[in-house]
Design a protein around this ligand. Sequence first.
Ligand code: SIN
Length: 514
Amino acid sequence: MCITLSTFCRMCNSRLIRSFLRHKSSTTKTSLWLKQAYIGGEWLDATSGATFEVRNPANMKVIGCVPNMTVVEAQKALDVATKAFYAPEWRQITARERSQLLKNWNTLILQRGTDLADIMTAECGKPLTESLAEVAYGQSFVEWFAEEARRIDGQLIASSMRNQEVLVLREPLGVAALITPWNFPMALVLRKAAAALAAGCTVVIKPAEDTPLTCLALAKLSEIACIPAGVFNVVTTNKAAPIGDLFCRSPQVCGISFTGSTEVGKHLFRESAGLLKRVSLELGGNAPFIVFESADIVEAVKGAMVAKFRNAGQTCVTANRFYVQSSVYDNFLKQLQAQVEALKIGPGHEQGVQIGPLVNRAQLKRLKSFMKDALQRHAKVVCGGKHLQDIGELFYAPTIITGVDRTARIYREEVFGPVITLTKFDTEDEVVTRANSSLRGLSGYFFSRDLQQVFRVARRLEVGIVGVNVGLASQAEAPFGGIKESGVGREGGHFGIEEFTEIKYICLGGLKYD
Ligand code: SIN
């Protein structure tokens, strides 16, 4: 079974993915493996000459070194992005021309899809099939926003005053700072950047220190696509905090879009408050996954595998807390366990691998401490529950645990690893109350064939994204984002562009209509 691929093949462009799969991962590094950051259309080292290493989490080997930049280079990036925002080559081009630049970029991303997937698997560890699926997912945002770029329309509103017109325009915010995570090194750069560029903004991106290489490869393709110098900038660093603070405090930055932890998101939100900056935050989740007795259990198990094991559980929308109605619990668990035990674990470049390593030592340490805490609170391991050191330092077995106490960290916090916590429930009211008991509200999933229940529960779940009878709801056309402490704002869909535009009202008076 290929966890995400089957779903993505339906969602994205299945022909494209099949053609990717015919290619073998390259053993030699292509021209997209870059060693410098991209600022103002130039490929640069850090002023200090400092670099940091990027490692393959499957074997901890160094796969690249990139500039370790500071606020000095970040400030330079803001300066060039500001200049580029007002430059005629960007400011004065038409929406159609902006759309064409995005289409050029999209074509190149598709052409170099196997190379991009190869880099992604090398730096974040996900299986190659998942990286290929991410190429299709990521490019779908560029394609979508290239189309949307031509529809950022204003309005002509009926005025209450005679001889006046009320015009409403949507204008680009200005320079947008994008801080992107390691779990989707391509898709989340593109989900933010393509929306910002479609709106007419310029961007400065700070990719995650674990996965800067994919973002640099995308920068190279943006250069070849003729996106003007200074419009798309990448600052690499392993010391993110001062650069994040610069983004928050600099009046040159008009909007910040961040995907990552709730703690860092809150910090950025607070720091940006001084300038009342537009902030869009995609933060952690703690998704419930509910199986009602009316569900198709085979489908529910399939959904659970996708919702949990995509990227070894390292996604914000991953299902964390599984609740199964008592009457179908044993049947669901039996089928789920069989599929979990059959998963192939190994380095992402190996044929047929479905579960790669965790991304770094910090993630492994966190997961192990969550498991220890759960077991101390009397949770029982049904399968897995082991650090698989014989495969590699960062591999952890896909796991199912039951009897998890509500006070356990693994139940209350985002797991970010391949662990399912399974709990029995009796009534709909009981499970909805438990599902909503989290402070996080990004996504939630449930399986039911009872139409009344489908609408009732979908409305009652306190989350931004509800998957009903599916384990994966993400797609370029739809809004992505959470409520409660899972964030503010939405990415994707036509909503994604709104985060990067400002509304301007023009009251046009003195017209001679009377
Ligand atoms: C995330 O985990 O942050 C993004 C997942 C998705 O886009 O589906």
